[in-house]
Design a protein around this ligand. Structure first.
Ligand code: SF4
Ligand code: SF4
Ligand code: SF4
Length: 424
């Protein structure tokens, strides 16, 4: 019975295959607070990879509105309900013990409930490696159904909310959730495939479906809890996000061989996305890499969290949670690290403030950063805490060590000359 270590759950868990890890892992951070749901990322992916016949309803990248929306419709509510039923049947609770957290190995404590793999095993469903379902055709119709639909206000469900509201949680709220494949450490899609057609690349941890081996059994569609593999009816095989791997390999002429961020990342208008590669040890732990922006955001500042870590696939997509949504909802979605993450985002440290400026500062992947300290430019007091802002400058370096970004915390002001060249 193979056991693997899942650091997001702080414990060993059941997975059908032996543990084996890539040298680098594709990972990303999305800052939910900044997204405007313009869907530029969605269209960047579609116009690159899924514009052909049979792919009309295929959105490898989508941005959905929470709490009501989802692509496919209600995917997460259905999964949570299935997991809940499994726990009730087993007489167990899907709870976390945050008290057991010890930093690196168990940053969010220990998840004491069952993952999608463990729930299927407990139910003795031999034909399934993970709890899951196959969405109906209707459920794939809209990439952002219930767009901008907010929750009703407290005690005023049918009327306008005339009450003023304040942080930490608004009575009326919604937020956008940006989604691509998480290129999971323990992919449910891969373990579900009876053809062995899905593999995780040893060089960068990207999860791909071999189009020649796939026979369209749709087990991956059924058992990926995030619902990111999709079936293409005219070719009768499944497809999914390929993490724009030619760019990660440095194959785009624009970056002259340097690894480049993906299409959906670089197109982001709201500058909410930062993507990169993190170095792994042989046992899958993240090698200490203090100056890698992703390592800093996730492991040091702890401001970005995995999506539904309780599913157990160890997703490699991380989110800075929204400040205004109710905490219980966010804890269910991102685990018990939510309060620490929101505190870090509300009162960012000097270093975090600088690293946040790297979002969309360059198309090349930043492997290392340095900070040059600047003057104090602002101070405020909120909730009894004084916070200061410094005009530090952050410099990002590519894989080969070239400077690829230089951004300051305060945006520089340029004054145009009186006479413009087009007036002469
Ligand atoms: S491009 Fe960026 S801001 Fe626009 S929807 Fe996508 S993630 Fe959000
Ligand atoms: S998100 Fe789904 S499709 Fe992507 S690697 Fe994880 S299990 Fe597979
Ligand atoms: S990483 Fe590339 S393939 Fe994946 S969703 Fe983004 S643009 Fe599409």
């Amino acid at each position: 019975m193979p056991k693997v270590y899942n650091w997001q759950l702080g414990r060993n868990m059941y997975y059908p295959y032996q543990e084996k890890h890539p040298r680098w892992q594709f990972a990303f951070v999305f800052n939910i607070n900044r997204c405007i749901a313009c869907q530029t990322c969605t269209m960047a992916c579609k116009s690159t990879w899924t514009f052909s016949k049979g792919q009309e309803y295929m959105w490898w990248n989508n941005v959905e509105t929470k709490p009501y929306g989802g692509y496919p419709q209600s995917w997460d509510i259905k999964l949570l309900e299935m997991l809940d039923q499994a726990h009730q049947k087993a007489g167990r609770q899907a709870v976390w013990d945050p008290g057991q957290g010890d930093g690196e190995q168990q940053p969010y404590g220990v998840y004491e409930g069952m993952t999608v793999f463990e729930a299927a095993r407990h139910a003795d469903k031999r034909e399934e490696v993970a709890v899951g379902y196959e969405p109906s055709e209707d459920e794939w119709r809209f990439p952002n159904i219930y767009e901008d639909t907010a929750t009703g206000s407290r005690d005023q469900k049918e009327s306008f909310n005339l009450e003023s509201t304040a942080l930490p949680a608004h009575h009326t709220w919604f937020f956008y959730l940006q989604r691509i494949c998480n290129h999971c450490t323990y992919p449910a899609c891969l373990s579900a495939c009876p053809r062995g057609a899905i593999y995780k690349r040893p060089e960068d941890g990207i999860v791909l479906i071999d189009q020649k081996r796939c026979r369209g059994y749709r087990k991956c569609v059924m058992q990926c809890p995030y619902k990111k593999p999709m079936f293409r009816a005219n070719t009768r095989v499944s497809e999914k996000c390929i993490a724009c791997y030619p760019r990660i390999e440095g194959g785009d002429p624009l970056t002259e061989g340097e690894p480049m961020e993906t299409r959906c990342m670089t197109a982001c208008v709201g500058k909410i996305r930062l993507q990169g590669l993190v170095r792994l040890e042989d046992d899958g732990a993240w090698a200490e890499d203090r100056q890698n922006p992703l390592y800093f955001l996730i492991k040091v500042a702890k401001v970005a969290l995995p999506l539904y870590p309780q599913f157990g696939t160890e997703p490699n997509g991380y989110y800075i949670p929204p400040r205004w949504a109710p905490r219980p909802y966010l804890r269910q979605m991102f685990g018990p690290g939510v309060d620490v993450a929101l505190e870090a985002y509300t009162f960012p440290s000097r270093e975090l403030m600088a690293v946040l400026q790297l979002f969309r500062a360059t198309q090349r992947i930043v492997f290392r950063y340095e900070i040059i300290e600047g003057e104090k430019v602002f101070e405020r007091t909120a909730n009894g805490r004084t916070w200061s802002m410094y005009n530090d400058t952050i410099i990002g370096f590519s894989k080969s060590g070239k400077e690829v970004a230089r951004v300051s915390v305060e945006e520089p002001i340029f004054i145009r000359p009186d006479v413009h060249s087009n007036l002469v």
